[in-house]
Design a protein around this ligand. Structure first.
Ligand code: ASN
Length: 308
């Protein structure tokens, strides 16, 4: 190894160590926050009899959901725990989970800077909550993140300044965003903003509630990071009426067999709202990493060769 190569390798190892320490401290802050807000932490499931269809959603591009047969039953690897969260909110109350998700994204997504085929989201659900209450909770969470990063030693090691979080953040409909930035608004809109913003009213998965008083209007919300970093979080008030859920599954044209187990468990769901935010995307944004894979020790970037 030349002297320059050795210096680069040392710098890379220092940056990696700093980012891993930051991820660890962001996890500690996330745990502290949900604990103080009165949530029960559940352990994740990784295999389910039904999972998130991740569609129809213009932002989703998975090749397929991974399935396996085990002792006479069909299981799916978790795209997300959304369906389990609804049951958990009904049975337990305010819950949160550090949930590993496997999403087999297309190889092209590897260059977006923000896609991984395996990542962890902090996923929470609140019985009886409305969208505005969830957005306020998330904004409180980011004030804690702001305090954590302000004094964190990783930034001196990385030679970057963490962003400041100054909620409350603007709420914009996807219709307004599409008018201003085109249908693929996420990246240009993210580049145009200097603070995070909320994008509301996405037409997507059956579990996001359609406003009964305004059909075609959806009671969901995404938090978008500024400066081109893109989506941070997605969430919604949920569709909880079994008949409406059935009708939405049919309207979306998705195979009902994959949701039979969910529909059997979903008989007396309660109204709820929640969201999930990617831990790696949070760490990427605050540490100004060029790729979300840079905050993982074992990179899971679509299309890259994976050593282990
Ligand atoms: N976690 C998201 C939610 O709560 C769902 C997802 O990850 N697709 O709505």
């Amino acid at each position: 190894m030349s002297g320059a190569d050795a210096t680069n390798a040392r710098e890379t190892a220092t940056a990696r160590g700093a980012r891993l320490r930051l991820v660890s401290d962001l996890l500690a802050e996330t745990t502290r926050f949900f604990h103080e807000e009165g949530f029960v932490q559940l352990l994740p499931v990784m295999l389910g009899r039904s999972t998130d269809p991740l569609g129809p959603d213009p932002g989703s591009s998975i090749l397929r959901t991974t399935e396996l047969d085990y002792l006479g039953q069909r299981f799916y690897l978790m795209n997300s725990m959304i369906l389990h969260k609804q049951i958990a909110a009904r049975d337990v109350g305010r819950i949160w989970i550090l949930s590993p998700n496997v999403r087999l994204e297309r190889a092209e997504r590897g260059s977006s800077g923000r896609h991984l085929f395996e990542f962890t989201q902090a996923d929470f659900e609140i019985p009886g909550a409305k969208a505005a209450e969830v957005r306020a909770l998330v904004e409180r969470f980011y004030l804690g993140v702001d305090r954590t990063v302000r004094t964190h030693p990783a930034f001196a090691a990385l030679g970057v300044e963490p962003p400041r979080f100054r909620p409350p953040w603007p709420v914009v409909t996807t219709h307004e965003l599409a008018d201003r930035f085109g249908t693929a608004w996420e990246e240009p809109a993210s580049k145009a903003y200097e603070q995070p913003f909320w994008a509301i009213c996405h037409r997507r998965e059956f579990y996001d509630r359609e406003d009964p008083s305004e059909p075609g209007h959806f009671l969901n919300y995404d938090l978008i990071y500024p400066e081109g970093y893109g989506e941070a979080l997605s969430g919604a008030e949920r569709e909880w009426d079994a008949e409406r859920i059935r009708a939405r599954i049919q309207r979306d044209g998705i195979a009902p067999e994959a949701f039979r187990a969910y529909l059997e468990s979903a008989h007396d769901l309660v109204p709820s709202a929640g969201a999930g935010f990617g831990i790696e995307r949070l760490a990427r944004f605050v540490s100004r990493a060029s790729h979300v894979g840079d905050v993982q020790l074992f990179r899971r970037v679509p299309g890259e060769p994976i050593p282990l």
